[in-house]
Every structure is written in structure tokens, then in C-alpha cells.
Design a protein around this ligand. Sequence first.
Ligand SMILES: *Cc1c(COP(=O)(O)O)cnc(C)c1O
Length: 377
Amino acid sequence: MSKIKLSKSCIGADEKQAVMSVLDGGFLGMGKEVQLFEQELKAFIGTDKEVICVNTGTAALHLALLCLDLGVGDEVLVPTLTYVASFQAISATGAIAVACDVLESNGLIDLEDAERRITSRTRVIMPVHYASNASGMDGVYALADKYDLRVVEDAAHSFGGTRDNVKIGCKGDVICFSFDGIKNITSGEGGAVVTSDDKLAGRIKDSRLLGVIKDTELRFLGQRSWDFDVLNQGFRYHMSDIMAAIGRAQLSRFEELAVQRCSIAKNYAAAFKKMIGISFIKLDYTNVVPHIFPVFFESSDIRDSVKASLLEAGIETGIHYKPNHTLSFYKDSCSSFPKAEKLYSVMLTLPLHPSLSSKQIDMVINNIETFLLGARK
Ligand SMILES: *Cc1c(COP(=O)(O)O)cnc(C)c1O
């Protein structure tokens, strides 16, 4: 019996052809493909903002924070229920990641809890679009206004979704996407920063290429800087043409991939709505392109048993995420995060990727239903 995977890249002939073309062209670095990918992302999002591609979503977050001049002594509010990438991007700047609790209903940052953690050193709030859900952003921006904070949105889950009838990335301060292998679209590895702050965008563009001033502009002209200057610490965070070629092929298949993802999530939602002992985040899939589908059980024992029983049936599951305040490096033993810990103890992430068949989805649903019915006997 073939295993049902939790997540999987969905790569076809177009991506392979695109990579072959770059390989045949003999230039693999950051050039025309990256320039085109950035232009196409801009058009897709429907924005005048700058779109800057980098080699991972983590690098996008790191550069966004760093180029906001964040450093030692500064504090960033971030929900504890996120991938450790959000926390690492913050601590890489020298700033402190101030973990915040989340809402029990959807895992998004709890703004009342966040507000209590604001100090004179708080500079940025980093909301995470957990499970592709960008609702709650109005509240985030209102809080940011009140305390004069910058907003860096971790939109790694939500590429292609909409907020207030425009694509995510269109509105807002600084929005960071991930194109890693299993996200809504992939460039193999990759990420992007979207911002209308031109000064910030300029710094991010230089910083991804070791801080070499205006190197992006020259590379897009097919040239290189020989006599150059550097003003800031930079990194080798640029995207290569190989990655951009994969990303462009994926972007042109976006509708197909998004329809698959939405249809799987809708099937799960319709089935679990009728079951006792399981809950999930209610989302409107006309606005959301789901990256993950977490569900919640009545106890951690039941969750563990369901996980084991699914695994026995060849169905892989995950847990998104272990709260960051419980990790040794980010330990916060002075405050409590009851809602994030509660969610963590009962959550399970179900398989969700475009190549799942409806038969496989039914298998996942039936296995859970059978288990829950058996547990109630
Ligand atoms: C995937 C992800 C990232 C980081 O993206 P990479 O491209 O893997 O570096 C950041 N935050 C969240 C919530 C993610 O899921």
C-alpha cells in the first residue's frame, strides 16, 4: 500500500523544462529569470510595491527585519505558534523575539496578550498567517498604529490568498512569502519580500547581494559590479535563475494548484463538520489557499492515538507547531501561553498537497471517523 504523505512538492514537465533551459543557457546565478519572476509576482499580486526575491522565506524575514535597522535591545512581538523560522529570523538580527499567546479559535496572534507585552523597546509586530488565514490583520495594523510599530507579516502559508478582495501582499507594510518545496508555490527553495517602502526595498536588494550597492540593477542588465562600494552588512541571500525558473513555472500553474488545495480542504471541512470529537479552523476558501489543514481533538491522548492509527494505515500527519517558547533557545519561563499549549497538545495536521487523490482524502476521513466512533463506544 502506498503511503499518503503529509505534504509534497508538485512538479511537472513545465518546471523540468524551465530548469533545463536555464542549464542549457549556461548562466545559473541571479539574472533574467529572477527579474522576470519578480515582475510576474508583482503582476500576480496586482501591486506597485517592490517584490524582492531571496533564497528562502527565512532570509526574506531576516532581511526585512535587519533593513528596518532592528538590532540588539529591540523587541519583536511574534506568536509562539509558528515555524521556528520566524523566531530565528528575529534573533539573527540580535533583537529579542517576544513570544505571544494565540487565539484558541484559529491559532493567530492574540492581540490582547501581545499588547500586554509591549515595552519601550518594542519595534515590530510579526503576525503569522497561520494555516493561510490573513484575517485579523486589521487588528494587527491598529495595534501597530497605536504604538508606532512596523509590521512584518509572515505570509509563508498564505501565498495567493486574498484579504479585503485584493491579493495578500497588496495591502500592508512588509509582507514576506516562502517558496520552499511544500508551500503554495515553490521555487525549490525561495522567498520574497513585498513592500512599498522604497528605502527599505533598496536596502533589501543590496543586502541580498553582500551589500554591494546597486548590484541587483547591474545583474538585471547582464552586468556585474567591479568597482563597487558597500555600506552595510550583507548576505548571499539572492535567488538563482534555476530557482526562479521553477518559481515562474509554478506561478503559471497557480490556479490549478490552488483549486486542488482548496478542494481538499473543503472536503475535510464538510466531513468533519458532521463528526463529534474533532474541530478545525473555519475558513472561507474563496479567500484562502490552504497550506496546511490542522484539526483538534478533545484530548492529547485521543490525538496521539489518532496519529498512531493513521500512521498504521499508511497516513502521515504532522504537528504545526511546537510552541517556540518551549524551545531551549527561546525559553520563556516567566510568562504563560495557555492557549498555544492547549492547541499544541490536541492538534494534528492532515495530508494536504495538490497530488492527493479524492480516494486518498476519503481514506484519511474514514480512518478518523472510524477511530472516533470506536472511541465513543
Ligand atoms: C515555511 C515557513 C517559513 C520559512 O520559509 P523557508 O522558505 O522555509 O525559509 C517561515 N514561517 C513560516 C510560518 C513557515 O511555514
